[in-house]
Ligand binder design. Structure first.
Ligand SMILES: *Cc1c(COP(=O)(O)O)cnc(C)c1O
Length: 322
């Protein structure tokens, strides 16, 4: 794969596509050494990423022109690559440069930025994963959230599915992955109960996580969050760090269904939306049924930190912000 890290050449092409308002989402992708409009970023149907979910990825966001905790996302991505024995033939700095360029070319002030490595395809359609040429893809599209503005104001309604999250002995949860059939089943179970999103259980029957988010519960001013059997989210990490800074007691412990339903406050965390309040789980109203003070405090501090140079890095834009 030839890696074109030079951002200047594709600019006119990309910005022309970018003005095409009929295409959604607006964004810029990088693959096979080139920057492309989102609509042209396509992979082979023979890619192991599609055929076997043999892939890892990470998502970082840009808020108000700054990447949030990019280093932690790159750490997690490169850790996943090593564990899956994938080689993208690019350094960490080169990946950071590509992500910068995707956002810089797209011009988004707030973006959802994904880096992906699939096992790729083998020239002979061999069944031996070692013969596949691993494929690196990155893209930047507009920022998206699990919760919309109305849900942020009143709190989300979640339902606990009896689906068990794929156990760590099968798939290492510290490697961010697309093994989502359990999470998608959880979503349909939740929709059947008129809820808006789902929680799935771990193999011990405790609360694990939801489709792309971790969960926290507050009891008498103390937070708890599941420690095992979950993807170690960077937003979760950020909340733990914020709790340290604000002297909010927090414990990483198993969270039972009963414990969650008895909470004063519940919130979920994801790069796609940050800290998001939950006011109903199954048919149980959480606490007073509105967005709690602790949730608001943590959420406000989380967003305040997006301007902190220790937690964020500025994007270099090539085109005007959109
Ligand atoms: C990405 C993800 C999360 C949230 O992680 P963040 O780094 O906070 O975005 C939680 N659970 C799963 C399964 C995920 O894929």
């Amino acid at each position: 794969m030839s890696v074109n890290l030079h951002p200047v050449a594709p600019v006119p092409f990309v910005s022309k596509q970018h003005q095409d308002t009929a295409r959604y989402p607006h964004g810029v992708a990088f693959m096979d050494g080139q920057y492309l409009p989102m609509s042209e970023a396509k992979i082979s149907v023979l890619d192991w990423g599609l055929l076997h979910s043999d892939a890892t990825y990470d998502t970082v966001h840009v808020w108000d022109g700054r990447f949030f905790r990019l280093d932690l996302h790159l750490d997690r991505f490169f850790n996943g690559l090593a564990k899956l024995r994938m080689d993208i033939r690019m350094s960490r700095d080169e990946v950071a440069e590509v992500l910068q360029n995707c956002v810089g070319l797209a011009g988004h002030r707030s973006a959802y930025v994904e880096m992906i490595c699939t096992r790729g395809t083998s020239p002979t359609f061999s069944r031996d994963p070692r013969n596949a040429v691993n494929r690196f893809i990155a893209f930047a599209v507009p920022f998206g959230s699990v919760a919309n503005a109305e849900q942020m104001a009143r709190g989300l309604h979640l339902a606990i599915s009896n689906t068990v999250r794929i156990p760590p002995a099968s798939v290492d949860p510290t490697v961010k992955n697309y093994h989502w059939l359990d999470l998608v089943k959880g979503l349909y179970d939740a929709y059947d109960q008129n809820a808006e999103s789902a929680l799935v259980l771990d193999y011990e029957g405790n609360i694990a996580e939801g489709p792309g988010f971790n969960i926290f519960a507050a009891h008498n001013g103390r937070l708890s969050t599941p420690a095992q059997n979950v993807l170690p989210g960077i937003t979760r990490r950020s909340v733990l760090d914020i709790c340290g800074a604000l002297d909010i007691p927090v414990a990483e412990v198993p969270v039972s269904v009963e414990h969650l339903l008895a909470a004063d406050e519940v919130f979920i965390t994801s790069t796609a939306g940050g800290v998001m309040p939950v006011t109903k789980v199954n048919q149980t109203v959480i606490g007073r049924g509105d967005v709690g003070d602790l949730t608001t405090r943590v959420k406000d501090e989380y967003w305040r930190r997006h301007a902190d140079p220790e937690w964020s890095t500025p994007v270099r834009y090539f085109v005007e912000g959109v």
